[in-house]
Design a protein around this ligand. Structure first.
Ligand SMILES: Nc1ncnc2c1ncn2[C@@H]1O[C@H](COP(=O)(O)OP(=O)(O)OP(=O)(O)O)[C@@H](O)[C@H]1O
Length: 594
């Protein structure tokens, strides 16, 4: 029988192979290429870190050379002024660069896209100028010379230095891989794919963006410090804007948001040009062309194109059995108490009253539906409950606490999950990962538990993974678990959203038109699904236009019309209400539903 290796074993095998290749290839190529390969590994440390912020979290950073320079000069200054070795220089450089990364990341609280890119460029330019002008500290344009890398009193040879850098690089790859395969990595990717949906999954958007900047800066600082001791000399002209562009280019060519991307891109763009020395004066032109070709022809870079061509490479292993129940039992909630209370809520968009003075109470353990014509204000109400919109007037109480004015991620963590009227899946993540993002709020482990793969983090990760599989099985998507969620049909994406929302273990589940785009068979499947969820004590607030479906599963129905409450009652009361028949149901619908 063919032996199967699990993911961990495969990663260890790949790292081992890289180590062996590096171990043999470096010294075998002669002194010039040995230095070039050492430099490539230093760049790889940086680009792997840059991949966290740009590739996974989706925040463009064009100031990475500045952070690299800060790490380099921290090492250099410590060596010159205090006589510290690289071993003490590295942690200090990582901390200093990390603090600078935090400062660069702060603008992300206000701006994104092009504006953020401009700010990071500004940061890089400021650092470059400071390194030139702050002569007493940096030595100015002439640069500074530092002591070579040594262990104790023994100075390491170039080959030994290469091995040290190789070991650090592999360690960085392992650590970053651990981060990426943890809830932290999934949170970064979720933010990149869809900020609003990520917030509604309990992810603190601002906190995670800052964390991504800090992590990438820490690795840039580490790379910079190694560079200084490796070169025995450092000067400001190394840390130009061109270098930042080069780093970003390696990611774009190699493939952002994959572990292999920086490896492919860095090796390709650092080593390949050496074989094309004749074209050296055209190097920038070649880089420019590469950038254009990559963006147009390979929008996901080389690794992204490979993964899309051979999706089996992404295949995830299904656990042999799911010991966890997909829906956590909340049947203690079925006590008919008030779960959600909205009082005199009004929401205006300019002169339009989308919601006007609405009061609504959702009882624990019930299925409460909101119906009404298009534009009646139903989705606006859900967006107010989940914190996406702030009401102009009125209050929203959940489990007795006021939640209006609270950030979406805090509302999600308080126990409210949702689906969206126009589906909002994380398209570049797998179906399984989408559901696991829903489990984000259930973790108690911290970043270090995941970075170093400690027991607590591993256990929580296993539980979340198993629950995600069980939820996918429940909604009938387990066979698609490994695929990009963008490849699902819109009906399947709706089911995926429900699984993801249930992974949040909510007290209140808000379903915004879950049956839209589903055929009759799928609607009856959805109806059965909801009937399975409610006995577990999950309260449901449902918006839906399929009246038969609403009448079948609801305990209470509220009818909205032009932003106002038109009627409220049991399904039978609503069907018989003349105002509702006139404004929304029409005679035929009412009779059919009966
Ligand atoms: N962000 C916004 N900016 C401006 N107007 C908005 C915004 N969101 C909603 N509206 C307006 O508020 C009103 C209520 O919209 P809403 O989407 O809540 O209605 P709905 O009952 O969910 O309708 P449908 O069933 O078509 O989804 C509409 O007139 C809509 O155009």
């Amino acid at each position: 029988m063919k032996r199967k290796f699990n993911k961990e074993q495969k990663i260890l095998f790949i790292l081992g192979a890289l180590l062996l290749i590096g171990f043999l290839a470096g010294p075998a190529t002669g002194p010039y290429f040995l230095r070039l390969m050492s430099l490539t590994l230093i760049y790889l440390i940086l680009t792997t870190g840059l991949n966290i912020v740009s590739g996974y979290a989706g925040q463009v950073s064009l100031g990475q050379a500045g952070l690299y320079g800060i790490g380099a000069y921290t090492g250099g200054v410590l060596s010159v002024k205090l006589g510290l070795s690289i071993w003490l220089g590295m942690p200090v450089a990582m901390v200093v660069a990390g603090i600078c990364g935090l400062i660069v990341g702060i603008p992300t609280l206000r701006v994104s896209g092009h504006y953020l890119a401009l700010i990071t460029i500004g940061f890089g330019v400021i650092v470059e100028k400071l390194l030139v002008e702050w002569v007493p500290l940096t030595g100015g344009p002439g640069g500074i010379s530092v002591q070579p890398i040594s262990i104790g009193s023994e100075v390491l040879s170039e080959v030994q230095v290469y091995y040290v850098i190789l070991a650090i690089c592999l360690l960085v790859l392992w650590l970053v891989n651990n981060i990426i395969k943890s809830p932290f990595g999934r949170a970064f990717s979720a933010i990149r794919d869809n900020e609003i949906a990520a917030g509604c999954m309990g992810i603190n958007i601002m906190g995670y963006k800052l964390l991504a900047f800090v992590l990438s800066a820490v690795f840039a600082g580490l790379a910079g410090c190694i560079y200084t001791y490796f070169s025995i000399f450092v000067s400001p002209d190394t840390f130009s804007f061109n270098l930042s562009v080069f780093f970003l280019l390696t990611l774009i060519v190699g493939g952002q948001g994959t572990m292999a991307g920086p490896i492919i891109g860095t090796i390709l763009l650092t080593i390949l040009p050496e074989y094309m020395q004749a074209l050296d004066k055209y190097r920038l032109i070649i880089y420019g062309l590469l950038l254009i070709v990559s963006v147009i022809g390979l929008p996901h870079g080389i690794s992204g194109a490979i993964l899309r061509k051979f999706p089996k490479l992404l295949a995830v292993e299904k656990p042999e059995k799911f010991e966890v129940d997909p829906i956590v039992d909340r049947s203690q909630n079925k006590d008919n108490e008030d779960l959600l209370v909205m009082e005199n809520v009004t929401k205006r968009f300019g002169g339009l009253n989308a919601i006007q003075n609405i009061s609504l109470t959702v009882k624990k353990g019930s299925v409460h539906s909101l119906i009404g014509p298009n534009g009646a204000g139903k989705s606006t109400l859900i967006n107010i409950i989940t914190g996406v919109y702030k009401p102009n007037e009125g209050s929203v109480l959940f489990n007795g606490s006021q939640i209006n004015g609270t950030k979406p991620y805090k509302i999600a963590l308080a126990g409210i999950s949702r689906t969206f009227q126009s589906v909002q899946v994380f398209g570049n993540m797998s179906v399984l990962e989408n559901v696991m993002v829903g489990g984000h709020g259930q973790y108690h482990s911290n970043l270090f538990d995941f970075i170093f793969k400690l027991g607590r983090g591993r256990k929580e990760e296993r539980i979340t993974r198993e629950r995600a599989w069980a939820l996918l099985q429940m909604v009938g998507l387990e066979d698609r678990a490994s695929e990009f969620s963008s490849s699902l049909s819109s009906g399947q994406q709706r089911l995926l959203e429900i699984a993801r929302a249930l992974a949040m273990e909510p007290d209140l589940l808000l379903l915004d038109e879950p049956a839209a785009g589903l055929n009759e068979v799928e609607i009856s499947h959805l109806s059965n699904l909801i009937k399975k969820i409610t006995p577990k004590g999950v309260t449901i607030l449902l918006i839906e236009h399929h009246i038969d479906f609403v009448m079948d599963i609801s305990n209470t129905i509220t009818v909205l019309n032009f932003g106002k409450k038109l009627a409220e009652g049991s399904p039978t009361e609503i069907q018989e209400n003349q105002e509702v028949i006139d404004a929304y149901l029409g005679k035929d619908e009412a009779v059919e539903a009966c």
